[in-house]
Write a protein of this length. Structure first.
Length: 437
């Protein structure tokens, strides 16, 4: 985790204190269940919880020191607990294996992280909806292959982003539920030395589902899907960030990131206003996607258990969630303060002499009796003159002067095909589909 790209609430999930507190809860809840089943003395469970009720500081340094000798993190933690609780602590971890603690803890941490990310998405969706409504009927040019195509509205661009992130929210909610499983099944997952009712009790206390069948670990296809979902969310962030970057180019300048008082765009050129936030988002998205492949490769473990996945998850768990949390918050800020220039959008719409209306003329000519090939040739030969003039010529004027065209369409009929509002007539229908009636 890099502090520059970390927010406190998400980073705290991955701090040792939080991890050890979750470990304690797993062990203590399992001890409760075993006490109820008569496997261990109830006094032992009470003693462990009584110590915890004193709100002890987590001895991270002491646990690390023990691990330096034992070379085993869970044993180090249990040793530290024993040092503080006393002889009753010997009943902790009865019939359990380290993966019961580690995997169940990771499930809790990923669930906690997903809750923050879902809240991030809710904030982003609210901003996108507000800005989309604001610019629902702000006309702008639609581009395909980076080239002027036909008119759209800026609100439609934002509505598309809203719909995409709404899908991402649904995916993340499903991935959260899928990864939030508990395994307290002992060595190789057979429950030979721990009753399945212990697992059910711990799962209920931690808000997790019971893993239907584990080996010595929770199956890693769940984790692969979780991190793949984070990668998809990151790609959507990059798609919207890239759109803003394109719109901020000097030759386009239809929208740009907010430029705060005192902000500097370049150490050399005082005039610069660069899309630094959205460029940063592009880079962060690459990092989040980079964690997906290791998660996929973690699925194939040897037999009932190996630890090749462990080092990977110590990286990607914190880094992917912390980075995505930061990126979502940054994107929300960008879209909230985005500067939008309708006048420049209109100027760019008019930039190419009416070429954006070529399809309507093509269709009108076919309806007037021309073959599609013939109609295409009529419109294209005039459109290319406008293109080569860099928009100084007018497509409408050229069409009015084309005898083959005017033999089929009157001047008034041609003028009607250059009505901008025609392209916006179904905007309300699209908005109703995205946001509801």
């Amino acid at each position: 985790m890099i502090p520059r790209y970390s927010r406190p609430a998400m980073a705290a999930i991955w701090e040792p204190e939080n991890r050890f507190r979750i470990w304690f809860e797993i062990e203590a809840h399992a001890l409760d269940a075993m006490a109820e089943l008569g496997v261990v003395p109830k006094d032992a469970a009470r003693a462990v919880w009584d110590w915890w009720a004193t709100k002890p500081a987590i001895g991270v340094a002491r646990i690390d020191a023990i691990e330096a000798v034992t070379r085993h993190d869970v044993i180090a933690f249990l040793t530290w607990v024993s040092e503080n609780v006393g002889p009753e602590a010997r009943f902790l971890h009865q019939g359990m294996t380290s993966s019961d603690v580690l995997d169940t803890c990771l499930a809790v941490q990923l669930k906690q992280a997903a809750d923050i990310l879902l809240a991030d998405l809710d904030e982003l969706l609210a901003v996108l909806k507000r800005r989309a409504e604001e610019h629902k009927l702000t006309p702008t040019i639609g581009r395909s292959h980076g080239i002027h195509a036909e008119p759209v509205t800026f609100g439609l661009k934002l509505a598309q982003a809203y719909a995409e992130f709404a899908r991402n929210r649904a995916r993340l909610a499903a991935a959260r539920d899928d990864v939030a499983t508990c395994a307290i099944s002992g060595a190789v997952g057979t429950f030979a030395n721990v009753d399945p009712r212990v697992e059910a009790h711990v799962a209920g206390k931690l808000g997790l589902a019971v893993e239907p069948v584990s080996t010595q670990v929770i199956p890693r296809d769940r984790h692969a899907m979780f991190f793949a979902t984070l990668g998809v969310v990151a790609s959507s962030i990059e798609r919207l960030a890239t759109e803003v970057r394109h719109l901020q180019r000097t030759e386009v300048l239809e929208a740009e990131e907010y430029f705060s008082p005192g902000q500097k765009g370049s150490s050399a050129m005082p005039h610069k206003r660069n899309p630094v936030l959205t460029e940063n988002l592009t880079g962060l998205a690459r990092m989040v996607r980079g964690y997906v492949t290791p998660a996929l490769e973690n699925v194939a473990l040897w037999h009932e258990r190996d630890i090749s996945h462990s080092s990977v998850e110590r990286y990607i768990g914190p880094d992917a969630t912390v980075t995505l949390d930061f990126a979502l918050a940054r994107l929300t800020g960008v879209m909230d303060k985005l500067l939008v220039y309708p006048e420049r959008m209109q100027k760019n719409l008019d930039r190419m002499g009416g070429l954006v209306h070529s399809q309507r003329v093509l269709l009108a000519l076919t309806q007037a009796g021309a073959s599609r090939e013939g109609a295409y040739a009529m419109v294209q030969r005039n459109a290319m003159k406008v293109w080569e003039s860099d928009g100084r010529l007018s497509l409408l004027d050229l069409l009015k002067a084309d005898a083959e065209v005017t033999a089929l369409l009157t001047a008034a009929e041609l003028e009607e095909k250059f009505d901008l509002d025609y392209h916006l007539k179904h905007v309300e229908t699209i908005f109703a589909r995205v946001f509801g009636a």
